[in-house]
Every structure is written in C-alpha cells, then in structure tokens.
Ligand binder design. Structure first.
Ligand SMILES: Cc1cc2nc3c(=O)[nH]c(=O)nc-3n(C[C@H](O)[C@H](O)[C@H](O)COP(=O)(O)OP(=O)(O)OC[C@H]3O[C@@H](n4cnc5c(N)ncnc54)[C@H](O)[C@@H]3O)c2cc1C
Length: 324
C-alpha cells in the first residue's frame, strides 16, 4: 500500500499505535497481521533455501542462506519470527514463521507444519526445494528470551504442535548461553511420531539432564513417562503444584493454540503468577469464523478510533499481560 521510504519515516508512529491497540484489543495477532501486511509493509530480501528437510510427515524445516551483506539484518533474538513471501498460483502470500534455530548457531531456520487446506504451508511442504528463492523479512516480535550468563533463572515453557518453533530457539539459547539456568518444557502432540524435534529434544535432555526436563503430553498415544491427553488446566496444576512445586519460576513462555494459551494463563494467574512473568506467542485465533468476524470489524473499529470512541465489545475484559 505504501512504499518502503514512507514506512521507514512513519514506522515509529505505526509501531507505537500498534502497541497501544494490541494491548487493548481482543485479537492482538490479527491486528498485528493486518498492520504488517496492509499498512506497514515489511522490507523483504531474496534468500535462497540452503536446506529443506522433512521432520515429520506434516512438517519441514527450511534453512536459508544469508549472505554476509545481510547478516546484520537477520540478527535475531531467540523467540522471534520472520515473514516469508511467495507467489502461489498467481497470488502473493505472506506468512509468519518463528525461527527455530538459536541466535548463536548462526543459522536462520524455520519449521513449517502443513495445515488442512493451508496455502503457504502446503506449498512449503510439497513444493519448495533446496536452491529455491523466497522473499524474507527481517526478524520481528517481542516473544523473546535474552540470555544473561550472570543470571540463574528457572523457566517453564508450554508448547503444542508447531508452537515448539520459537520455544526450540529459546531452549537452545538457555542451555547454550545461560549455564546456571534451568528449563522445563511441557510439550503436547498427538503422538511421538508427529512431534517436531522429538529426537533433538530427547538428545538435549540427555546432554543437559540437570538443567533441562521435558514433560511429554500425547493425545493419541499412551507412552511411558508421558501424560495422556492435551495440555489443559490439570496439566498446569500438576506441573506447578506437584512435579515442580519446589521451583521458583521466573518466566513462563507459552506457544500454541489460543485456547491452550488462555487456559494455561488463567491457571498460572490463579496460582499467583504475575502477568508480566507470562509471555505468549499466538499463531492463529481459535476459529476461522472468529477471524472473519474480526476482519470485517476492522474498518468500523478504525473509524471509531478516529472518533476516539472505542466500542466496548472490542475492548478486552481485562488487559493482556504482554502484547505480541
Ligand atoms: C508470529 C507467528 C509465528 C508463526 N510461526 C509458525 C511456525 O513456526 N510454524 C508454523 O507451522 N506456523 C507458524 N505460524 C502460522 C503460519 O503463519 C500460518 O498461519 C500457517 O502456516 C498457515 O498458513 P497457510 O497459508 O498454510 O494457511 P491458510 O491458507 O492461511 O489457511 C487455511 C486454513 O487453515 C486454517 N489455519 C491457518 N493457520 C492454522 C494453524 N496454525 N493451525 C490450524 N489451522 C490453521 C485457517 O483458519 C484456514 O481455515 C505462525 C504465525 C504467527 C502469527
């Protein structure tokens, strides 16, 4: 909609407005998506795919070749995401993908899980190959972990399905760069077979057994040492009030479906966890109907904002603790 010069000039203003709106609206990720794609156009760079690997039946990891001239542009914090742009069947499609490699590794890698009828995720899983070139925006997002080796922290991360991607970067960063800190990962999937990074996580747990513990949760497979079902209220209660009750946790990182994030956050807050100790990344809103309903409401909402009257139904009943 606007060219890059315009965006650079107005980006601080756009970002501040975004932050204010995100902190008060019901679906922050949708507003973020709308603004990034239609108001504030990200600056894209052409990057070749260095390696693409099938990691489960429904997901691939994609590593990019970043030339030396773009190394600074693609410097990232653990937990951030990039936006990929491609023309698929004549339509330009942009999608956000969290970086799953650690900043220290020097690699720029994402994992894409194919969703039913998903345009980009299907293209990534079925058609992309090594050497193909995609347009990629620089890293973004405030769901981050910044290592500090003088600190001795305890972190608990909850992830489900492809929600492991930013958490994987955080796990590696804690283990590699904050040597006195501990991390507990609660990770939900259907079966071990369709769990992204299953073997890699097992290997990390063996290597760092005093600092890294994984609680597997499987909904379609009864496994030894794993919980059966989905990550829900009882899982959170079990982790914080039973299995790890003696730990004093500094930060909780949550990434997965909206319903999971909401219920985990509720239980944590009921148990006295401060809101600013809970960080979350949302990949989608819960239902397509909710997305359509919300997108239809955006022009009306902007109009009302301009008149300085925010409709009460668009305000969150309680403020979110960390805008995305
Ligand atoms: C900050 C951020 C980081 C993300 N990181 C990752 C990541 O690391 N890995 C990853 O695989 N995805 C990630 N996503 C989701 C990703 O951006 C796309 O939304 C997803 O790949 C689907 O895109 P698509 O074009 O294939 O589907 P679309 O063509 O957009 O949608 C097709 C259908 O699938 C539904 N749908 C869309 N997304 C999902 C979903 N995630 N789960 C279930 N149903 C869905 C839609 O409602 C629609 O009905 C992230 C999203 C955000 C906002």
């Amino acid at each position: 909609m606007f060219d890059h010069g315009f965006c650079l000039m107005f980006s601080p203003l756009v970002n501040e407005t975004l932050k204010m709106l995100q902190a008060n609206l019901k679906f922050p990720s949708l507003l973020h998506y709308f603004c990034r794609n239609y108001i504030y156009m990200a600056h894209f760079h052409k990057l070749a795919i260095k390696e693409i690997n099938k990691v489960t039946e429904q997901s691939v990891t994609i590593s990019f070749d970043v030339p030396d001239t773009l190394k600074d542009t693609f410097t990232f914090n653990a937990g951030q995401y990039i936006t990929l742009k491609a023309v698929i069947n004549g339509n330009e499609i942009r999608r956000d993908y969290s970086i799953c490699s650690s900043p220290k590794s020097g690699a720029l890698k994402v994992a894409v899980k194919e969703v039913a009828d998903g345009r980009f995720s299907k293209y990534a899983n079925k058609e992309l190959k090594t050497g193909d070139v995609l347009e990629v925006s620089g890293p973004n997002g405030r769901f981050i972990f910044e290592p500090d080796n003088t600190k001795s922290r305890t972190i608990i991360a909850f992830a489900a399905g492809s929600g492991i991607t930013p958490i994987m970067s955080i796990v590696k960063t804690v283990l590699e760069e904050e040597l006195n800190s501990k991390l507990i990962l609660v990770y939900g999937n259907k079966t071990p077979h369709d769990t992204i990074f299953y073997n890699e996580l097992l290997a990390l747990q063996v290597k760092h057994q005093n600092r890294f513990n994984i609680q597997w949760v499987f909904s379609r497979s009864d496994e030894a040492n794993a919980l059966f079902g989905r990550i829900e209220r009882s899982t959170v209660n079990y982790i914080i009030k039973n299995k790890h009750k003696d730990l004093s946790v500094d930060t909780f990182y949550l990434c997965g479906p909206e319903a999971m994030i909401n219920s985990i956050s509720e239980v944590l807050i009921e148990n006295g966890v401060k809101k600013d100790a809970i960080l979350f990344e949302l990949f989608t809103v819960s239902t397509p109907e909710a997305q359509i309903h919300y997108l239809k409401g955006i022009p009306k909402l902007l109009l009302r904002l301009m008149r300085r009257k925010l409709p009460s139904k668009c305000l969150r009943s309680k403020p979110y603790w960390k805008p995305l």
